[in-house]
Design a protein around this ligand. Structure first.
Ligand code: AMP
Ligand code: MG
Length: 391
């Protein structure tokens, strides 16, 4: 049995970062930048009005003053208007500032009187003017290699005129659920059988990582059948096998994988739940064997598979987000492995939820966060602990 840290090191050594590709920005949401991107335009790109109103010269503009309206500048092409003291230009949000103007008066703060306005407010230099470059300077980094591309990143790239972006590879994955007791949801259950739920779990977790799930297969505990199904699964970048990786006579995944020539780098990690976790590789394919108990599959996916997939996709941040929270109950880990306690993170507090056993799917469904309690570690209710945020 190896430590989580040793396991992650072996996994990172065993996987390959996929080649990057150029995508249209409209296709790039959720992928990771494969290059640094810099601003070629400042933001705003020119001084402009933050309001619908009147552009004025602030120093020569007092409350009660009358100004002559000499022109109009809507958002759009710069009409290159200019302005002297005693004059105003009708202006709209986003429109370029006329030469000589240094403030905007909101239209609500003037009384229009044909070709003139009366100013009903005090006016300060710079008021309601968005200065060129105040948000972003030319040359500033707008997207770093390995950063996830979100909605606002796409908007920022568009604001710079980009239509394409280099992103990391797309991981294509396959899921194989094993077990004689498993029945597909929707079909008839016989006594002793259960509905197969891990593929639903794993598919969702894979999709949330940005992976495309290409195949989901079910296989009974038969070495022959397993060999065929696993072989198909190994044609993907990532194969996730659930169940059958433990030590019972019906746990045939490891021997089936070996018979196919998979090199097993890891079997059994000091983690609770999830000890029988397996990692192997075959050519380009990274094979993860997760224990069949749903909570074990969930925890080992997040601790080992997720970082591996993110690395393959070119991400730099591989860990789950962590936040401090106040623990609501005493916790002690007297097992021989670090324990990932499932719980609910709410209003800055973390409350363990449900039965802390590896089959307890309902408790898992009610939780949104994990607390890692190291071997021999104890926490008291009220202590501030670091929580891994899952949802
Ligand atoms: P195994 O890892 O195959 O020994 O399975 C451990 C436990 O997880 C057993 O109670 C199985 O019935 C259950 N299990 C295995 N695979 C699944 C699955 N795909 N969906 C739901 N439960 C499963
Ligand atoms: Mg089984």
């Amino acid at each position: 049995m190896i430590s989580e840290k040793e396991a992650l090191t072996k996994i990172f050594e065993g996987i390959q970062i996929l080649p990057s590709r150029r995508l249209s920005t409209s296709q790039a949401l959720g992928y990771f930048a494969a290059e640094d991107y810099f601003a070629s335009l400042p933001l705003p790109a020119f001084d402009n009005s933050a309001m619908d109103g009147y552009a004025v010269v602030a120093t020569s503009c007092k409350r009660g003053q009358r100004l002559r309206v000499t022109g109009e500048q809507p958002a759009g092409r710069d009409r290159r208007l200019s302005l002297s003291p005693g004059e105003a230009v009708r202006i709209f949000t986003g429109a370029p500032m006329p030469r000589g103007a240094d403030a905007i008066i909101m239209q609500e703060d003037v009384t229009r009187d044909e070709a003139e306005i009366v100013v009903n407010t005090d006016v300060n230099v710079g008021e309601f003017v968005r200065l060129r470059g105040c948000d972003l300077s030319e040359g500033q980094k707008i997207l770093a290699t390995g950063e996830r591309i979100g909605a606002a990143t796409l908007a920022l790239l568009a604001s710079q005129g980009f239509t394409e972006v280099m992103v990391g590879g797309e991981v294509r994955s396959a899921i194989v659920s094993t077990g004689d007791e498993l029945v597909k949801p929707g079909e008839k259950l016989e006594p002793g059988e259960i509905y197969e739920s891990n593929s639903a779990l794993l598919q969702a977790l894979l999709q949330r990582c940005g992976t495309s799930v290409q195949s989901v297969e079910y296989c009974p505990d038969s070495q022959d059948l397993l060999t065929g199904v696993l072989k198909r699964g190994m044609q993907h970048h990532v194969l996730i096998v659930s169940g059958g990786v433990s030590v019972g006579e019906h746990d045939l995944v490891q021997s089936a994988l070996r018979s196919l020539g998979v090199r097993i780098d890891i079997w059994r990690v000091a983690i609770k739940p999830g000890k029988p976790f397996l990692f192997g590789r075959f050519g380009q394919c990274a094979v993860f064997g997760l224990p069949g108990n749903p909570v074990s599959a969930f925890v080992t996916f997040l601790q080992f598979v997720r970082p591996a997939i993110l690395q393959m996709m070119g991400a730099t941040n591989l860990v789950l987000p962590e936040v401090p929270a106040k623990l609501t109950a005493d916790l002690t880990n007297d097992s021989d492995r670090p324990h990932y306690v499932r719980g609910k993170l709410e209003d800055g507090k973390f409350a363990p939820v449900g039965r802390q056993e590896s089959h307890a799917l309902f408790g898992l469904s009610q939780s949104n966060a994990l607390l890692r309690v190291a071997m021999g570690e104890s926490f008291k209710a009220g202590e501030i602990v670091d929580i891994q945020v899952v949802d």
